[in-house]
Write a protein that binds this ligand. Structure first.
Ligand code: TYD
Ligand code: MG
Length: 456
């Protein structure tokens, strides 16, 4: 009888080691090695010619390589198209990650139902055919070309794929698949890596786009090895607060497009609705006269977005102040608080400061600095900011108001949404023609000038 072979795998980065080690030599994490069985028998994985030998490989001169016109499949979903960089690229492997229950299966089933191409195969290892059918009925689209397969064994899946030759393959989820090549349990590092590797070979050799759904661990990273993220062409995160209905699709890696694009959806009782004008919902629930609220004009990818920054400043209990941030970088908040203290003379050291970006968004655009600073002072002084004012500027350590990129887009979006005043840096004035806009553009060079004009 063949001896079972085992190896140790780092659960964080996927590195393999013949013996147990306490600290991973690759990623430096402690206590992440787990023993998994590696069976060396060759089970048939994906082979285009099904085991009749390898296709020969040969180096080619770069001049001789012809670029075929890049073919993209339109998903008929503007948000997903944008996030993918203009549609689905043939032969691409796309990983969609997100917490359980966020709507990954719903999104991909909805896309699969509305695609205008034949032979779409949706493989589910998580739900039964009936459950998927019920969900499809709920979403309400009809499709003549969508096939469902509930199977988790990769070899059996490939048998079906060879017969069916799907034009798009969707796998829900990569953590439920297992291959006979590896004896470890489904979802273990070696299984995930092996299955994803086979699916990648399949995608590349047949030019079929493959979507993989991946689970996210409590810490927010994709479950399974980091190596999964290196393998695939595109990594998309589906995120949002489960208690709110907005969902955000964000690219963290894209070999075929920008990583700064964002797709926004609303989860309704009948599937996901595309939100094409997000600013409207992000700032619509505003009550007049509340202190601690300021609107920032930010950009996500190419898309201008007006977002609501909320702060609450209160006296620290027991003398130790807390700072807490949702949707904004905590270090950046600390820096802004220090600038306000030092350059504006506001006593924030003994105050608790809570900051929240409304709608569950995470913003790392420095152009919302001014909105953050204004909202903090608005809460501290209990003075509300007029709801037709918005802000687009970065703040420097000297308390200076700095210019931001693409200011025209921000101004135009604010104008479109009916804002009457936008506060920007004087250094941004050069590039813009004030008379073209119906919104009053106010420019400042220093933070204290902005604050004294608003709060006095
Ligand atoms: P699901 O797609 O199963 O999440 P995931 O695959 O990421 O785990 O999402 C399920 C949630 O979405 C569930 O709580 C029900 C809700 N939902 C709706 O609100 N409306 C709908 O039309 C559908 C299909 C699901
Ligand atoms: Mg699911």
């Amino acid at each position: 009888m063949a001896k079972t072979k085992t190896a140790f795998f780092c659960q964080n980065c996927g590195v393999q080691s013949p013996k147990w080690v306490g600290k991973c030599p690759s990623c430096g994490e402690w206590n992440t090695f787990v023993e998994e069985v590696v069976k060396s028998v060759e089970a048939p994985g994906w082979k285009e010619n099904d085991g009749l030998g390898r296709a020969s490989t040969k180096a080619r001169l770069i001049q001789e390589i012809e670029i075929e016109a890049e073919q993209r499949i339109d998903t008929l979903d503007q948000e997903l198209n944008r996030v993918l960089g203009g549609g689905i690229v043939s032969g691409s492997l796309v990983l969609i990650g997100g917490e359980p229950g966020i709507g990954k299966s719903t999104l991909l089933l909805q896309i699969a139902l509305q695609l205008h191409i034949d032979n779409v195969l949706y493989i589910s290892g998580e739900e039964s055919e009936q459950q998927i059918k019920m969900r499809a009925r709920r979403i309400g689209h009809q499709s003549e070309s969508l096939y469902i397969l509930t199977e988790t064994n990769l070899e059996l899946i490939f048998d079906q794929v060879r017969q069916m030759r799907p034009n798009i393959l969707i796998v829900d989820s990569i953590q439920t698949l297992f291959t006979d090549k590896v004896e470890a349990a489904a979802g273990s590092v070696s299984q995930v890596r092996q299955c994803a590797g086979e699916l990648m070979k399949y995608a590349k050799s047949t030019n079929t786009p493959v979507f993989l759904i991946g689970h996210i661990t409590k810490e927010g990273s994709l479950a399974g090895p980091k190596i999964l993220e290196h393998m695939v062409d595109t990594v998309i995160q589906f995120e949002g607060d489960r208690h709110l209905s907005y969902r955000i699709l964000r690219t963290t890696k894209n070999r075929f497009g920008s990583t700064s694009e964002l797709g926004i959806y609303e989860m309704l009782h009948n599937g996901l609705r595309q939100v094409s004008n997000p600013s409207e919902i992000l700032i619509s629930q505003r009550e007049e006269g509340l202190s601690g609220i300021a609107i920032g004009a930010t950009l996500e990818g190419n898309r201008p977005l007006l977002i609501e920054v909320q702060s609450l400043v209160s006296t620290a209990a027991y003398g130790t102040s807390q700072r807490s941030c949702t949707g904004f970088d905590a270090k950046r908040l600390n820096m802004l608080l220090a600038v306000l203290e030092k350059r504006g003379g506001y006593r924030l050291g003994m105050m608790d400061v809570f900051l929240n970006i409304a709608g569950g968004l995470r913003i790392d655009d420095p152009a919302i600095d001014l909105a953050v600073a204004v909202s903090v002072i608005s809460s501290l002084e209990e003075v509300s900011i007029h709801n037709k004012i918005c802000f687009a500027a970065e703040i420097g350590l000297g308390g200076e108001i700095r210019a931001v990129n693409r200011i025209e887009n921000r101004i135009m979006e604010a104008e479109k949404l009916g804002f009457e005043h936008i506060y920007i840096s004087s250094y941004n004035l050069k590039g813009i023609n004030k008379s073209r806009h119906n919104i009053e553009v106010k420019s400042y060079a220093r933070l204290d000038q902005v604050l004294s004009s608003l709060i006095s």
